[in-house]
Ligand binder design. Structure first.
Ligand code: DC
Length: 654
């Protein structure tokens, strides 16, 4: 695992996805296998083990508890010397990070081990419920104490004499890991035992993974539906010798989705027809949306529908809670509104995934409605580029990377969080993503030169996106005035610019959700914008935000430094100008039409002052960029000017 943790990772807009990816080992199988190998009689060689944060926490815990593990997890192969049913270390403190697959089963196993233990994790782990499991263990006589908040880690376990009652009960509607943890621990008592599930069991396929792993280690569990599970007397774990860990089926979902959205085919290797992981059913869900899916023994492959576009969906996704997150992002690429049902468990995972997903999909331009256990997602006609927060949740980072297939730049904040289960995810993603070349027309010029009207018109004719970068500076000006920030306080203004909640939708401009299209045009804001625009730290803070507009099929961007700084590689660069007198007259007419009271001399003076400030400032002064064509509109209407730009573009792009 790499020790470098960049603050963010910029993903280029992607035009397509195709290729083959070898998956890392499954997290669910790796941690279950490690634990049972540690408890079994004999030595187990585990191959294709996942090397990630969550497995590192389990390996550390096993070492602390006295289990000998040989080999380097980074090589994918380790040899675990099983302790034959009871961990030799009687007193220990375990730090389990945010690994639910380590915390829950170790709680159950250690409660039966007869020693004193402390189990804790990261702050988020201490917000994830464990009360139902603790209740079930206490009913067996286990001595478990909450160290902070009732029902949540950290936990302290004391030695106690534990006896399984004939029938144990556990709730199954918060996390299936409570049942899995009991099933993994109970064979250690050697007695016959039954577990009954109270409430509807969620995430059933994860219980199947548990039963399958138990069977590999010699313990067969009988079950009646998913209501009652029975362990025979005399059960004990025995090493099967060598265990191969399947590839991570949840991790497969990102690449299969990439194939379905980005043309494909994308093939994942390491899971296939015979997989025991429920998340392979994600491929069926994709197929239901029209994707073309093919299965091999050890691979799955997905391509876009023959018709091109995926169909909208309304699905109960309780059986694939993790891979379902991928579908929330796939919803951006379907032909209508989508609904994800029965996903309440998302709220108690690495973060509140329903809330987190809603926030981030909205940044991309989607309309999202959040329910307690559902999510509705409606994609915009064109996605917007966005900086995505990841909430220390590996799956948020991996899912949302797919948005780059909308042909827009995506910035992933804290990309290192993927180390939880898929440390080299972004390298693999880069191998299948095919970068798009997004054409840009940059139009710069002084205020009231007509560049807004011309740029908007050119964008309309080409069917491209449009960026009014002046509006971005105006938003900072407005936000600064409202927050009472001194317009010379550069560090504070830069922070404000960085965190600006700006949105451009259907020709309107929003600040923190409020429509400020008119408010940013008043004179006080023009003046504030010009002042904040002179500050290098503010300009730097707004740079990526402007570049994020460059999505397929193309962008027309207008401002002062579009051609020189923001899009220096633009296909076509135009410097639009007109005499100060003409510009003052245009502005005068605009304002009078809006019923504002202004005088022409005052406007002329204001325009000349602003020109001087924009030209003389040190940071990105207004000038005709190298390679930019000059277009003087003093005697030209906006339509003629737009036709001239289109003419140049046609010639230069042909
Ligand atoms: O184009 P406009 O009048 O809406 O711009 C508002 C202010 O922002 C103006 O004073 C210049 C500044 N600006 C800038 O410095 N760089 C840009 N790319 C766009 C505008």
């Amino acid at each position: 695992m790499s020790g470098i943790h960049p603050a963010f990772l910029d993903l280029a807009p992607l035009a397509a996805a195709a290729g083959t990816v070898r998956l890392p080992g499954s997290k669910s199988l790796s941690n279950r296998t490690l634990l049972l190998a540690g408890l079994a009689e004999g030595i187990t060689e585990i191959r294709d083990l996942l090397d990630s944060d969550d497995t590192a926490r389990m390996l550390e815990a096993l070492a602390t508890l006295g289990v000998r593990v040989e080999g380097d997890p980074a090589s994918g192969t380790v040899r675990v010397h099983g302790c034959g049913g009871r961990f030799p270390v009687d007193e220990a403190e375990l730090f389990l990070g945010n690994a639910g697959t380590a915390f829950r089963p170790l709680t159950a196993v250690l409660a039966l081990n007869g020693g004193r233990y402390r189990l804790r994790g990261v702050a988020r782990m201490h917000e994830r419920p464990i009360g139902d499991l603790v209740e079930a263990l206490r009913a067996m006589g286990a001595s478990i104490h909450y160290e902070a908040v009732e029902g949540f880690p950290p936990l302290r376990i004391e030695a106690a004499s534990v006896r399984a009652p004939d029938t144990l009960r556990v709730r199954g509607d918060v996390s299936s890991q409570f049942l899995s943890a009991l099933l993994m621990a109970l064979p250690l008592t050697g007695r016959a035992a039954a577990v009954e599930v109270e409430g509807e069991l969620i995430s059933k396929p994860y219980v199947d993974i548990t039963l399958n792993t138990l069977a590999r280690f010699g313990v067969s569990v009988g079950r009646q539906g998913y209501q009652r599970f029975e362990l025979p007397a005399g059960s004990r774990y025995r090493s099967p010798g060598v265990v191969h860990v399947e590839g991570d089926a949840s991790g497969a979902s990102y690449f299969l989705a990439a194939g379905a959205v980005g043309g494909g085919p994308v093939r994942v290797e390491g899971v296939g027809r015979g997989s025991i992981q429920g998340d392979v059913r994600f491929a069926d869900a994709l197929e239901g949306l029209g994707a073309q899916v093919r299965w091999g023994d050890n691979w799955i492959e997905a391509s876009a529908p023959a018709s091109g576009r995926l169909k909208a969906f309304d699905l109960d996704l309780n059986h694939i809670p993790d891979a379902a997150m991928t579908l929330a992002v796939v919803a951006l690429f379907t032909d209508g509104p989508c609904r994800l049902r029965n996903i309440a468990s998302w709220r108690v995972k690495e973060t509140d995934r329903i809330a987190a997903m809603a926030n981030e999909l909205r940044k991309l331009g989607a309309l999202v409605v959040e329910h307690p256990d559902q999510l509705e997602v409606q994609s915009p006609a064109l996605l917007r580029g966005a900086a995505i927060e990841t909430y220390d949740d590996h799956r948020m980072a991996m899912c949302l990377s797919l948005a780059a297939l909308g042909g827009v730049p995506v910035r992933i904040i804290d990309p290192g969080c993927v180390a939880k289960t898929f440390p080299d995810y972004f390298e693999r993603f880069a191998e299948v993503g095919q970068p798009a070349r997004v054409p840009v027309i940059a139009i710069d010029g002084p205020s009231a030169s007509g560049k807004g009207t011309v740029a908007d018109r050119v964008a309309q004719v080409l069917g491209w996106r449009y960026l009014d970068s002046g509006a971005v500076y105006r938003l900072v000006g407005l936000a600064a005035i409202r927050a009472g920030v001194d317009l010379a306080d550069e560090p504070t203004l830069a922070v404000l610019a960085e965190g600006l909640q700006a949105e451009f939708r259907a020709g309107r401009v929003f600040l923190s959700g409020e429509d400020v299209t008119e408010a940013i045009r008043v004179e006080a804001v023009s003046s504030a914008a010009s002042k904040v625009a002179a500050l290098p730290a503010v300009r730097a803070a707004l740079l990526w935000r402007q570049r994020a507009f460059a999505g397929l099929p193309g962008l027309v961007a207008e401002g002062r430094d579009m051609a020189s700084v923001v899009f220096p590689d633009a296909e076509l660069k135009v410097f639009l100008t007109a005499s100060a007198q003409t510009r003052a007259e245009r502005r005068y007419k605009q304002l009078i039409d809006k019923g504002m009271s202004v005088t022409l001399p005052a406007l002329l003076q204001e325009i000349e002052e602003r020109d001087a400030r924009d030209r003389q400032r040190m940071a990105a002064p207004l000038r005709q960029a190298d390679g930019a064509r000059l277009l003087d509109t003093t005697d030209l209407g906006a339509e003629q000017a737009a036709q001239q730009v289109l003419g140049w573009f046609g010639r230069e792009s042909s």
